[in-house]
Design a protein around this ligand. Structure first.
Ligand SMILES: [Zn+2]
Length: 288
């Protein structure tokens, strides 16, 4: 395993970057390292162990996790409820590729969803434009604007899956995988626009007392997901939700994928992005 010391120092001292960004702010669940503290080798080794332990146990809170302030939790909950109503209204398939602006206009038009309040919009923008490394997500941000939309002419609905893929390379890779692995391989998650990623990320945070670090260990924050630009997830047919667990590595589909040298996964074991091991997530652009 290659550990790049600089990245690691950045990761383990992330807590010091916390600051009150008006009108919202984060708090840390644990003690922070003072910025000036030099990490000796034994200290660094311990931090690496801590980091790996945290990624193995991604779904649990850990000391140093960055969480929303208590007073923001009702706002978080309100946004999640509204996004869920929006998903019901738009339909799950459409919701995957819905843009932020279209989402707002549906919410405004249908009282069953309800218009987003100014405070909710400010909160969503603050989440989108905050630097995710503050709470320990080190991935790149392929989508830099909250209003980025998906051109329907550039995507294709994959039958029986309720998911979309971009035409061109992503669809070609998917079809090649099906050819080599067989029909047992299917698309479990394809394109996810900004709104869909908002719902996934915030719902996870909402179910975990506003813990953004915990949420980001298994779900990229909106803007930071490669599902928005090309990547997709595959699973073994009939394996259901287990396709998104470590058990996926025991399936025939995964074993066959492993033998295909052109397949790369986005978040390998012991990655330095602050993300759990995701053997199901296919990286479409190797250099992206
Ligand atoms: Zn994925």
């Amino acid at each position: 395993m290659v550990m790049r010391r600089r990245d690691f120092l950045k990761a383990v001292t992330a807590g010091v970057l916390l600051s009150g960004i008006d009108p919202f702010s984060f708090v840390s669940a644990g003690q922070l390292l003072p910025p000036s503290r030099r990490l000796s080798q034994p200290v660094l080794d311990n931090h690496i162990k801590d980091y790996l332990h945290k990624m193995e146990n991604f779904d649990h809170p850990h000391p140093g996790d960055v969480i929303l302030e208590q007073k923001q939790l009702p706002l978080l909950n309100a946004c999640v409820s509204k996004l869920k109503r929006l998903q019901d209204m738009a339909g799950h398939g459409n919701f995957n590729i819905l843009s932020f602006d279209d989402g707002l206009s549906i919410a405004r038009r249908y009282s069953e969803v309800g218009e987003f309040t100014k405070k909710e919009l400010e909160f969503l923008e603050w989440i989108f434009y905050s630097d995710s490394s503050i709470y320990g997500f080190w991935g790149e941000k392929p989508i830099d604007s909250i209003t980025t939309s998906i051109n329907k002419r550039e995507v294709v609905n994959i039958s029986d899956s309720g998911n979309y893929l971009y035409k061109g390379t992503p669809r070609e890779i998917y079809e090649t995988l099906r050819k080599y692995v067989g029909d047992q391989l299917y698309l479990t998650s394809g394109i996810r626009g900004v709104v869909k990623q908002f719902l996934l990320f915030l719902d996870k945070a909402n179910n975990n007392r506003g813990n953004l670090s915990l949420a980001s260990r298994s779900l990229a924050p909106p803007g930071y997901s490669y599902h928005g630009v090309a990547d997709f997830d595959v699973g073994q047919r009939g394996y259901g939700a287990l396709n998104f667990t470590g058990k996926f590595t025991t399936t025939e589909v995964f074993k066959k994928l492993e033998d295909l040298h052109f397949v790369t996964i986005r978040y390998p074991r012991n990655n330095l992005k602050g993300v759990r091991f995701e053997p199901w997530h296919i990286k479409v652009f190797p250099e992206a």
